[in-house]
Write a protein that binds this ligand. Sequence first.
Ligand code: HEM
Length: 478
Amino acid sequence: MDHVRFPRISSPPELPVTLGEISDFARDPYECMNALWRQHGEVAALQEDTQRIHFVFGPEYTKQVLSDPQRFHSRFFAIRGPRNSAQRRVTSGLLSMNGEQHKNHRRMVMEPFQKRVIVGYHDSVLSVATDSLSTWRGGEVRDISEDMTRYMLRLTSVILFGLDCTDLAVRVGELTEHWVALNHRVGPAAFTSDPQLMTEYDALLSAAEELEAAVKEMIAMRRGGRLGFDVLSLLIRAHDQGETITDDELLGHIVLLFGAAHLTSAHTLTWTLFLLAQHPEIMRQLHEEFEERLGGRAARPEDIDALPVLDRIVKESMRILPASCYSQRLTAEAVELGPFRLSPGAVVIFSQLITHHMPQLFDEPERFAPDRWKSITPSPYAYLPFGNGPRMCIGAALGSMQLRISLTTILQKFKLATLPNANVNARVMSTMLFPDGRVPMLVEKQDGCFGEAAAVRGNIHRHVDLPATRSIAIPKAA
Ligand code: HEM
């Protein structure tokens, strides 16, 4: 089995190290990281026998790790699988590349994500959003997490692949989610003597095969039609015209783009709608902004930068519940990291979820307070929902545009309210903050009247102070 190897270490007692089980991290990454940060501060390690994972929280060490791609390599997928396996191929996208190979491929993959190009995707976002909302009815309860996931699957397949084929997109989405969950379980378990591992490892290889088959179907469909200016067409052209990109790399890029684009955006939309439903006063401010600036018409590309309330809401939502909530690097050479001297091959994890909740960086960090953005400009390593440095998200501009147009379209038509006592949970899995289970909301036609928010249960209270629990009276809009 091919997996990340931990260097052998002996641990001087004065180091900020917690002895525990590496599988604690896979079981509940948030709980584990939060405990390490509270006990040790900005640099810490979790150690089991001779194996250790290092963690950095806060801008200083995060900057050291993210801005030095020569010493800190990306090794996003712990399990690459045997040579010639589907697992090896589907994990061969940008996140598994380093050095010159990463630079060259990133340049090629980034072309369709430039700000000037993504303006052209505006109409697709608007039309998929409007069409998806056409089945919503006032007065019904909907699982917003499922809705946002299906919506983003469809939108992602249109924008990245020029295909409006919901069934295939949903199948690829489900296979991706299953495969992501297995990577999350098998990755860290590979460092322990967990007997479940071999069964799960085989299941992971099979899941990669199924995912590969579905993505190949998507590529074949695209090749069957005329190539356009979507991302897949661009990559297929590059592949057909030269040796710069192999079959395996093409497949790896597509799997990564699809997974990275739809899950992170769907979760950000779900969390933002949930936070707004729990903060009616902020929803009211947003409604007033839409009325004033748009007066009921659809948003145009030039409106995106002219909606300051929406801008602050999205920033604050991505601070408090960042869909991409941690990631990792592997040292390529010996490095000093705070009090640690790391050998090559050491695992280092950084976390947006912990950093964005550090009280020395953000006042009352658990409070959803979009207005804080009127007066703060955090450093790009203190606030990094899209990462930072040479591996910063290539879809940041596209993702930001999609979020803003989608929220504008949804909230101009409907208002959403959480159900009393609903059980709302978040789960950290494979670097993302997933809604864990349903996020049920009552959907009603938008009328600008926002009542009191209903109190919810669930572990979401670990991350956000929810005013609904204090039962505040909200004045109705005029
Ligand atoms: C709200 C939406 C999104 C969020 C929160 C997000 C977040 C992130 C973060 C934090 C990273 C850095 C990971 C690391 O340093 O290890 C990243 C990388 C990446 N993202 Fe996104 N992303 C989003 C949307 C997208 C979209 C729409 C696409 C493509 C269409 C995309 C494609 C990628 C790719 C390919 C990388 C790897 C870049 C590299 O290694 O050079 N993401 N994303």
